[in-house]
Write a protein that binds this ligand. Structure first.
Ligand SMILES: Nc1ncnc2c1ncn2[C@@H]1O[C@H](COP(=O)(O)OP(=O)(O)O)[C@@H](O)[C@H]1O
Ligand SMILES: [Mg+2]
Length: 283
């Protein structure tokens, strides 16, 4: 059987697009030729891949390669110059604001750095999206907050302030807040930043348990390679604004891509090596 692995190159985008469908999974989010410039800088250059329903799709790549910019497009904070983002079959890039609000309700987001409000308790932080966006009673909100705090192992910590809890607990609180509106799709931008490898591993496994328990489709941006692959169903490797690799963990690890190998080893990726690698990989 032909490998589903995709090595980026115009001619291979079709293969990138079909990867999740080939194993029968429904697609939660399809990113098609997403292109975004800031002034003269092209940050995303025809990025294409699809995130299967009920799975974790992890986005990795060198610092500054556009991971956060990509996630902000999925969260409607940025609009693309061209390309499409298809959520449950609907192209959200063509939607007006009222339609967008309906789709936005499907999403929960954990921002890079967690960003808890220092002046609010953990419970108030977790409750915040419900207080802002719903008319639920205080009692209902309190109950949901307790549920979500329990789901992330923070029962009993609701009355503490962020400064009074550990970095790992702050990440858990940020995850509880991202879950509070019971999203179908969870976007996570570097949810383990600043944690040591042991604590990062614990957060990864909490994310996996949570994703499975609530049946979420998740898009996870992470710098924790290769640890994060333990909980990843698909991996997109972004490089120079392109989807250089996309596939299952096994597929991308066996792709034999020198650029990806350098990235995994934490090495500088030199341009000469890239040229040689690209030629070697042409399919
Ligand atoms: N609002 C913005 N205006 C101009 N440039 C931006 C903006 N947001 C991001 N960029 C640029 O886009 C590139 C990718 O950034 P980012 O997505 O944050 O990278 P990372 O992969 O580390 O998350 C960087 O060069 C950054 O400077
Ligand atoms: Mg980032």
């Amino acid at each position: 059987m032909a490998s589903k692995i995709s090595i980026a190159g115009e001619e291979n985008f079709a293969r990138i697009m079909t990867s999740p469908a080939q194993d029968g999974s429904a697609v939660a989010i399809e990113i098609r030729d997403l292109t975004r410039r800031f002034g003269a800088q092209i940050v995303l250059d025809h990025v294409s891949f699809a995130c299967p329903h009920g799975k974790i799709t992890t986005v990795v790549g060198p610092s500054g390669c556009g991971k956060t910019v990509l996630l902000k497009h999925l969260n409607f904070l940025l609009r693309p110059n061209c390309g499409a983002i298809i959520v449950d079959g609907e192209d959200v890039t063509q939607m007006g604001s009222s339609e967008l609000n309906r789709v936005r309700d499907k999403f929960g987001m954990l921002f890079q750095a967690g960003a808890l409000f220092d002046s609010m308790t953990v419970a108030e932080n977790v409750a915040f999206p419900l207080v802002e966006k719903t008319n639920l009673s205080r009692q209902e909100i309190a109950q949901r907050v307790q549920e979500k705090l329990a789901a992330v192992g923070l029962e009993g910590a609701g009355n503490k302030f962020p400064s009074e809890i550990s970095g790992g607990m702050q990440k858990r609180a940020a995850l509880a807040r991202a879950l509070i509106r019971e999203p179908e799709i969870l976007l996570l931008d570097e949810p383990t930043t600043g944690l040591d490898p042991t604590r990062a591993g614990a957060i990864h496994h909490l994310i996996r348990r949570t994703q499975q328990r609530f049946g979420l489709s998740a898009v996870l941006v992470s710098h924790d390679v290769p640890q994060v692959f333990e909980i990843s169903d698909r991996v997109a490797f972004l490089y120079k604004g392109r989807t250089r690799l996309f596939g299952t963990v096994q597929e991308i690890l066996s792709a034999n891509d020198p650029v990806f190998k350098s990235f995994l080893a934490g090495e500088e990726i030199d341009e000469e090596g890239l040229q040689a690698g690209s030629n070697a990989l042409a399919m």
